[in-house]
Design a protein around this ligand. Structure first.
Ligand code: EPU
Length: 427
């Protein structure tokens, strides 16, 4: 297994372009199952997770081809309705095929995802939502078996907490349902909006985009889609924080600043200079005697969109480890998303976990030093890379397959900005 080796202490300068969003690409790829034909998706990032989703579609009978960042998918003949354990265990978002399979073929069998590194992550909201549409679900041999009893009919679904993939699954399941389906307390993440736009171009009738109440009026048929994946706001935020950590001046292009309201505010409160443009950011942290400007410590609480994203919590913690005071980071979305803490401590961070809060006592700009660390999940890996960029000495990050699930060409992009970063085969 490969590892990433980073010699820290190099500021970042230049320009970096943001790829398509993993968490938008996955539901949009799944949505091509809804109706036969050739679908065209643009700006699809080439990641381990998008490859896994395309592999799952192949297992279900679809064919696809990639040209650059455009992926064409043919779903004329679906020959299967099962997402096997081997795939679901590597990528929980595989459950996104449930909604479209139920809408089109009235039946689906998907391995129940087990717990994962960041929490239990059940799919009970998806299943109880399906029940409201006339779908019967049962659990057999570790698989969720779901079947439309008579016909899909609209209903009202209320989520106790906004669920991103839950909202997406229900949207896809209900496009052909008779009457109206109302999803209350729906997730408002931009990735949900991207899926709604795709479904609308296919002929679906949905109102409420961007709000927590979505209404789907069932239609008789859909046509194949042509859609563009939105830029990855989590990748964008990760680069903003990489520059804030390493110092320097970088232009971040091909992204949507409006999708990062909370992070932009927080970084400015830390003293990072951020310029907002139509489709990009400039981020600046000038150096003084070799050290980037001091970082104010600020508190953060993760919340559903438009709150501070849980997917940027680990990276923000790496930044706060370099702060000049104390910062309290509350994680309210996932119960176990502090796996990076122990690794950051190996690099010299001073962090104490107290239930769902982490108290980070900043060790200052020159307080972290390189170490051998292990990635535990996708965003935790990114936080270790950020810490490493700002550390004295050499950091080796192992288990980088996590990083490859969600960051397209991260090593190349950081190296192009001047980071001393290499990927080397691990013995
Ligand atoms: N929840 C339930 N039951 C459910 C569904 C969710 O209790 O049936 C709870 C979860 O345990 C969590 C909260 O509801 O406490 C919200 O979870 P959500 O369902 O929104 O998470 P998800 O849809 O499984 C997506 C992203 C995650 C991201 C979360 C939160 C995709 C493919 N994944 O997961 O992305 O952290 O929303 O924003 O969209 C990542 O990219 O690193 C990642 C983990």
């Amino acid at each position: 297994m490969d590892k990433i080796v980073i010699h820290g202490g190099r500021p970042l300068y230049g320009r970096v372009s943001i790829s398509g969003a993993k968490n938008a690409a996955l539901p949009l790829i799944a949505a091509t199952l809804l109706t036969p034909g050739w679908h065209t998706l643009h700006n699809v990032p080439d990641l381990r997770d998008t490859r896994t989703m395309l592999r799952l579609l192949e297992i279900l009978g679809a064919r696809w081809q990639r040209q650059g960042s455009t992926v064409r998918i043919n779903t004329d003949q679906l020959t299967g309705v099962e997402a096997p354990y081997e795939l679901v265990k590597t990528m929980r978002a595989s459950v996104l095929v449930l909604g479209p399979l139920l809408a089109r073929l009235k039946t689906a069998r998907v391995s129940l995802p087990g717990g994962c590194a960041i929490g239990a992550r059940p799919i009970n909201y998806h299943l109880s939502g399906f029940e409201q549409l006339g779908i019967r679900t049962s659990l057999r041999e570790g698989y969720v078996e779901a079947r439309v009893e008579e016909q899909l009919s609209g209903g009202t679904v209320y989520f106790d907490k906004p669920s991103v993939t839950g909202t997406e699954n229900l949207l896809m399941a209900s496009v052909f349902a008779q009457g109206e389906t109302v999803i209350k307390n729906a997730a408002r993440e931009p990735e949900v909006g991207n899926l709604i736009e795709m479904l609308e171009t296919m002929g679906a009738v949905i109102t409420g985009k961007g709000s927590d109440r979505l209404t789907v009026s069932g239609v008789g048929e859909l046509c194949p889609a042509e859609a563009t994946i939105i830029p990855d706001r989590i990748e964008t935020g990760t680069y903003l924080m990489a520059v804030a950590a390493a110092g320097g001046e970088v232009e971040i292009t091909d992204c949507i600043p409006a999708h990062l309201p909370a992070l932009t505010e927080k970084l400015q409160a830390c003293g990072v200079e951020i310029g907002v443009r139509d489709s990009g950011f400039t981020v600046r942290c000038p150096l003084n005697q070799g050290l980037a400007c001091p970082l104010e410590s600020v508190d953060v609480t993760t919340l559903p969109y438009p709150g501070f994203p849980t997917d940027l919590q680990a990276q923000f913690m790496a930044l706060m480890a370099l702060g000049s005071g104390a910062s309290v980071i509350h994680e309210t979305i996932f119960e176990n998303r502090f796996m990076h803490v122990a690794e950051l401590e190996r690099m010299g961070a001073n962090i104490k976990i107290d239930g769902a809060a982490a108290i980070v006592r900043g060790v200052g700009r020159s307080g972290l030093s390189g170490a051998q660390v292990m990635a535990t999940d996708l965003r935790a890996s990114a936080s270790l890379v950020i810490a490493a960029l700002a550390s004295r000495g050499v950091t080796e990050v192992s288990r980088i397959y996590h990083l490859e699930r969600g960051y397209e060409k991260m090593v190349e992009k950081l190296a192009a900005l001047g980071a001393d970063i290499k990927r080397i085969p691990e013995a």
